[in-house]
Design a protein around this ligand. Structure first.
Ligand code: AMP
Length: 213
């Protein structure tokens, strides 16, 4: 699942993973968990995340390859937030190729910059299960509480205005090239992300089914 910060990758990856009964693997969630638990990876990653910068490729590649080697990924998975650089995309192809597997499809959720800024500024996350909410477009049923698990909702440190600008800049410089990488492999599906959650999910499923091999 490719897209700028605030594009709705987490929400759509969650829906897609549910529809396909596959695990949802979100690099940002795995990193935030590591930071919270103060693991070695968490301590190394924290300062990059706070500045809105990308965590070094070698750390994130190792983390994801270890995660997708777990038994729940035997039939596949929905990757969200990874890969974000060409080096990561190539390392993922190599890691999967070594196991006789490959990426089936890359979904790009495309949104205008204006819409991205609007979404990021109202975003809240569950501290427990990481489900995303939005104050205006997707509020929880009970203010401050997660609909799924009752966990406490919080705003991410890196959703502050200055950090958001840095994250968007990095997306356009470093992640946009991998959209072309998947386009050249004829694996890219572009979805108009400037719509409501249900409309995006419908467009995504229709495109995936239409292009399923
Ligand atoms: P996200 O929740 O996907 O917005 O990720 C939050 C932060 O985690 C990013 O701003 C990066 O600092 C780091 N991060 C997540 N995924 C990656 C990745 N694939 N490569 C490098 N850094 C990442």
């Amino acid at each position: 699942m490719l897209g700028a910060p605030g594009a709705g990758k987490g929400t759509q990856a969650d829906i897609l993973a549910g529809e396909m009964s596959l695990p949802h693997i979100a690099s940002g969630n795995l990193l935030r968990e590591a930071v919270e638990k103060k693991t070695e990876l968490g301590l190394l990653a924290q300062s990059y995340m706070e500045r809105g910068e990308l965590v070094p490729d070698e750390l994130i590649i190792k983390m994801i390859l270890q995660r997708i080697a777990l038994p729940d990924c035997a039939s596949g998975g929905v990757l969200d937030g990874f890969p974000r650089t060409l080096a990561q995309a190539e390392a993922l192809d190599k890691g999967l190729g070594d196991k006789g597997k490959s990426i089936d499809k890359a979904v790009y959720l495309k949104l205008s910059r204006k819409e991205l800024l609007k979404r990021l500024s109202g975003r809240w996350l569950c501290r427990n299960c990481q489900t995303p909410y939005h104050l205006i477009t997707a509020p929880p049923r009970v203010a401050g509480k997660c609909d799924k698990c009752g966990g406490e909702l919080y705003q991410r440190e890196d959703d502050k205005e200055e950090t958001i600008k840095e994250r968007l800049k990095i997306f356009f410089a470093q992640t946009v090239p991998i959209i072309d990488y998947y386009r050249r492999q004829d694996k890219l599906i572009e979805v108009n992300g400037n719509q409501g959650i249900a409309e995006v999910a419908r467009e995504l499923m229709t495109s995936l089914r239409g292009k399923a091999k």
